[in-house]
Design a protein around this ligand. Structure first.
Ligand code: HEC
Ligand code: HEC
Length: 290
């Protein structure tokens, strides 16, 4: 036992009095702050053991005074989320399409839900993001609409489809001018040149002039005097360089001689009304909504 406190002459620190072969041990205790942090940790860990589930025990584990359980906590969060969703879904049910479009919260919900439903049900034909696909599947993200790009027009298209087995489906059929013998091959060739000239393609002027005459009698009733299309009868604009079935001359000729017609399924009865509304709003926001 050291009887008097000895100080190390080099550092000025007290020694513990222990000495081995002339080497003395300095008494430099741990810093205060470090000790306090350690005591606090001990207190905290003991409190934690009591309050929260902590250590494996004889049957299962110590449950803690709060009875906290991550699974219950997740359940509660899910239930809260479901409740919020139910409120929004209810909002979608009750609101008109225009009201959904104008309400930031409903719009966000509809676009998110519509986007998921679109990926599940529509993207196979219309492409991801509604970009469209060759072979008659129109882009839904541009301003070109065959049947109309207003909320109501899109809603009707989605509910009843196009050329679909539904009493209210959208229907129109371009006559096969070649297969039905309505026009000769030469007339079809001329009117194809005229149709191409509508979007600025150069061609034989005489053929285009003859084709214009054929167009006025045979085509304008559906495609319009200027060939810009008519939504009432689902006749596409021929002057916008956007083609369902391709813009090569042979493809135009083929469409006039023996037309193709796209089929779009109707979704009433297969998707619930709220989902169809959300899809409508989603499609409307893709870029070309009117
Ligand atoms: C089996 C393929 C197919 C599926 C699936 C499909 N569509 Fe279509 N859709 C078409 C075709 C083909 C047309 C063009 C019909 C025509 O030529 O008039 C079309 C047209 C449309 C139009 C009208 C475009 C316009 O310019 O007027 C809208 C809107 C539309 N689809 C939305 C959807 C949505 C939303 C879904 C999913 C719920 C969907 N479609 C699923 C094939 C499909
Ligand atoms: C009864 C209405 C009707 C008449 C008449 C009609 N069309 Fe069409 N035409 C349509 C419809 C509807 C489509 C689109 C088919 C579809 O959506 O699948 C179409 C499509 C086309 C296309 C393809 C457009 C594209 O984007 O690929 C061309 C080209 C065309 N018509 C040219 C003509 C010409 C030329 C005539 C006259 C000789 C004519 N049509 C007469 C209804 C008509």
């Amino acid at each position: 036992m050291p009887t008097k406190i000895e100080k190390d002459s080099v550092t000025g620190t007290e020694t513990t009095g222990h000495e081995w072969d002339g080497i003395k041990e300095l008494n430099s205790p741990l810093p205060r702050w470090w000790l306090y942090v350690m005591y606090a940790c001990i207190v905290w860990s003991v409190a934690y053991w009591f309050i929260f589930p902590a250590i494996p025990w004889i049957d299962g584990y110590t449950r803690g005074l709060l009875g906290y359980n991550q699974r219950d906590a997740l359940e509660q969060q899910l239930a809260a989320a479901r409740e919020r969703q139910a409120v929004l879904r209810d909002g979608i049910d009750k609101a008109s399409l225009q009201e959904i479009r104008n309400d930031a919260q409903l719009l966000q919900f509809a676009v998110a839900g519509g986007g998921i439903a679109f990926a599940d049900n529509c993207a196979g034909c219309h492409g991801l993001g509604g970009a469209g696909q060759r072979g008659g599947y129109p882009s839904l993200a541009d301003d070109a609409w065959i049947w109309g790009g207003t909320l109501d027009a899109i809603h009707t298209t989605l509910q009843h489809g196009i050329r679909w087995d539904d009493a209210d489906t959208r229907w129109s059929e371009m006559p096969g001018f070649g297969e039905l013998g309505i026009l000769t091959e030469a007339e079809i060739s001329d009117v194809a040149d005229y149709a191409l000239s509508l979007s600025g393609s150069a061609g034989n002027a005489a053929a285009i002039a003859r084709g214009a005459e054929v167009f006025e009698f045979q085509c304008a009733a559906c495609h319009g005097d200027q060939g810009t299309g008519m939504e009432d009868v689902g006749a596409p604009n021929l002057a916008d360089r956007i083609w369902l079935y391709g813009g090569e001359r042979e493809q135009i000729v083929a469409q006039i001689a023996q037309p193709e017609h796209g089929v779009m399924p109707g979704w009433s009865g297969r998707l619930d009304p709220a989902a169809i509304k959300m899809l409508t709003v989603y499609v409307h926001t893709l870029g070309g909504g009117q």
